[in-house]
Write a protein that binds this ligand. Structure first.
Ligand SMILES: NC(=O)c1ccc[n+]([C@@H]2O[C@H](COP(=O)([O-])OP(=O)(O)OC[C@H]3O[C@@H](n4cnc5c(N)ncnc54)[C@H](OP(=O)(O)O)[C@@H]3O)[C@@H](O)[C@H]2O)c1
Length: 256
């Protein structure tokens, strides 16, 4: 369909940008959104140069109250139809909980949880009516275990994983697929300002490839890289207490 678009949040860098480049290459029209308008315009030019696609840029701070609704209304105003939603925008705070700026942690919850949930909610209506659509929610290796010294971040990503898997069951008879993608440590701006506990980093393109394989197999969850698989395994084989001890030591050493 000519007016059908893939909406990618946080498309200005990292994993979101890699999704935009790959989907653009495949001839998908895109709505790319983030706060950095200049980076979105540059990405639009780069994709349109080599591909016959339409790229719409929408500048939006999705950590602001009510912003998901504003984004949805802007998409409707432009008469665009979204058949693939990639809820990718997100960030992490690190440090001892009560010493970490609360405003930042509140924004983290608004971006990672509230906007992701509201966009999914608003766009599902249309997808269900057409009995066609895909929602890809970017969770994390941190979705599987509590993570001391990044407690709010891991809790937001546990939410993303739980919500997405539950909805994938609810909507299986509506023609809509939902997939939670759990990247491990990946080489993006995500780690600007703090260290990673992982010894090797994945590339954003690896996450995109893993996502595509999982979609083809009809999965509701996928992990990218051995670091992430190890986190998932830990949550399965260790008791909650042991897993917390292991994660706590790592968290304290890295960000405490
Ligand atoms: N990199 C990793 O190791 C890793 C591991 C697991 C999960 N993840 C998840 O992967 C997703 C993408 O992160 P990344 O690694 O690609 O990091 P990144 O390079 O920092 O990209 C984050 C993207 O989110 C956007 N964003 C940040 N705050 C925003 C806001 N308030 N409103 C709208 N957009 C905002 C940024 O754009 P602007 O700054 O232009 O707004 C940027 O496009 C996140 O959900 C992250 O939690 C990453």
């Amino acid at each position: 369909m000519e007016n059908t678009y893939t909406l990618i949040t946080g498309a200005s860098s990292g994993i979101g940008r890699a999704f935009a480049l790959e989907y653009g290459k495949r001839g998908q029209n895109l709505i790319i959104t983030a706060r950095s308008g200049d980076k979105l315009q540059e990405l639009k030019r780069e994709i349109e140069k080599d591909n016959q696609v339409s790229i719409e840029c929408i500048i939006m701070d999705l950590a602001a109250e009510g912003s998901a609704k504003l984004l949805y209304e802007e998409i409707r105003k432009r008469k665009l139809h979204v058949d693939v939603l990639i809820n990718n925008a997100g960030f992490a705070t690190k440090g001892l909980f009560h010493k970490t700026d609360y405003k930042r942690q509140h924004e983290e919850m608004l971006l990672n949880i509230v906007s992701l949930t509201e966009l999914t909610y608003l766009l599902l209506e249309d997808m269900c009516q057409k009995r066609h659509g895909t929602v890809i929610n970017i969770a994390s290796a941190a979705s599987f275990n509590p993570l001391p010294y990044s407690a709010v971040y891991a809790a937001t990503k546990a939410y993303v994983l739980s919500l997405t898997q539950a909805l994938s069951f609810e909507y299986q008879d509506y023609g809509v697929k939902l997939l939670a993608v759990c990247p491990g440590a990946t080489d993006t701006h995500f780690f600007d300002g703090f260290k990673t506990a992982a010894s090797r980093l994945r590339m954003p393109e690896d996450v995109v490839r893993t996502t595509e394989k999982a979609l083809k197999k009809g999965k509701s969850i996928c992990t990218d890289g051995t670091f992430c698989k190890a986190q998932m395994l830990l949550s399965r084989i260790a008791s909650r207490k042991s897993a917390l001890g292991i994660m706590g030591k790592t968290g304290r050493k890295t960000w405490g």
